[in-house]
Ligand binder design. Sequence first.
Ligand code: SF4
Ligand code: SF4
Length: 461
Amino acid sequence: MSNQMTYGEGTLTFRHGVHPEEYKELSNHKKIQRIPFVEEYVLPLGQHIGAPSKALVRKGEEVRRGQKIAASVGFVSVALHSPVDGTVTDVGLVDNPKGEMVPGVRIKTDPYSSQQLEERPVDFESLDIKGFITAIQQAGIVGLGGAAFPSHVKFALPEDKSCRYIMLNGCECEPFLTADHRTMLEHAREVIDGILIIQHFLKAQKAFIAVEANKPDAIEALRLHASNNAFPVEVVPLQVKYPQGAEKMMITAILGQEVPTGKLPIDLGVLVVNVGTSKAISDYFRKGIPLFERILTVTGTAINNPANLLVPIGTPMREVINACGGVTDDAARILLGGPMMGAVQKSLDVPVVKGTSGLLVLGNAEIQDFQEYSCIRCGRCLQACPLFLNPARMGLLAKKGLWDDMEDLHVMDCFECGSCSFVCPSGIPLVQSFRVAKGILREKSLRERSLRESKAEGKES
Ligand code: SF4
Ligand code: SF4
């Protein structure tokens, strides 16, 4: 049975999922504004999935805005650039959004610099696919939807695979967040241009842009720009439902096909790119601007002036909050990202990184420390899970530490959308326990692999 549901425009979707309150009205009408430059920027070297980059600068060194300050290490890694003209004040340990101290670079802004940037377009038409992939890696471009997966790795298709469809993700199904909405509305031209640049190299048949139907103005703007080109780009309104923006859910909604367990979208000939990433690709090739700033939403019931901001990577959270008039007396919790998948922050020293799509400040009314009760077998979590997993059963197994049994129930497929926890009337921290289980199972598999390898080496020698 296909997981797709089709009734008409704006109603395409997947089966299951949840309907959290949207709260988009707090910021969806706010134009993107550039935040003023601040005194200091903090840049962790590992902002992407893969190997952290390696610092190329030393304490005391002067750097320019857009200058590469750290190089990629290996293929699954990207370069990092200075967001300002300034001076390196330290290469040492800095805070990251996961609450860890990690290697990073601190840059003090030059107060006398105009921070003007000279535009230097990159002639992509003279590049071959390898040159394109290297350029994207050197521009530091990663998926801006939140995962921060290096984009060039996606574009390096295995020899036996080809890209039939480029699929842009403009769903932005997380409540509160509106940065992608404003990007599509205010930068529709660049978003479409990014598709055309990707298409130049990947030679797809067609592109789709998936947008939840609660953004009619963005849909209209994209359709207007899409119609100006020979390459077919279809803007597809999808039903407003969480987690509509998950790659697999989006593909099911549009194509009616499911990405099988253990497979990737490219196995169906689909290459998924976030709308912000598409704009970043256009910005790099048309203006020579690497990824050193991003658009994010600062919102929540406990922030004084919700906004969509263009923020240099490395800006400490407290500065971003200050730019929005600070928090109300009621502020109780700060998250990077949305309420469903965002990470709670303990320190305001944490900087904006490449994967930061939003900064959410919630008040006491939204924060309820649920007491946990026993599972009443209501089945709501099963009805919510977009992957048709059995969260109730996995939750019981997690309590007993039966990780292998959880693996048999496909816990490794869980992409931690949090829909099961959201609907659970017993307040069971389901997704949290799946996160723990996945970590333990991943470690176990690594241990087993290294044991196998060292045994094999022993046999050889
Ligand atoms: S089991 Fe995982 S994928 Fe399914 S609803 Fe829960 S968090 Fe989402
Ligand atoms: S939603 Fe909660 S109470 Fe209901 S079956 Fe799932 S785990 Fe049990």
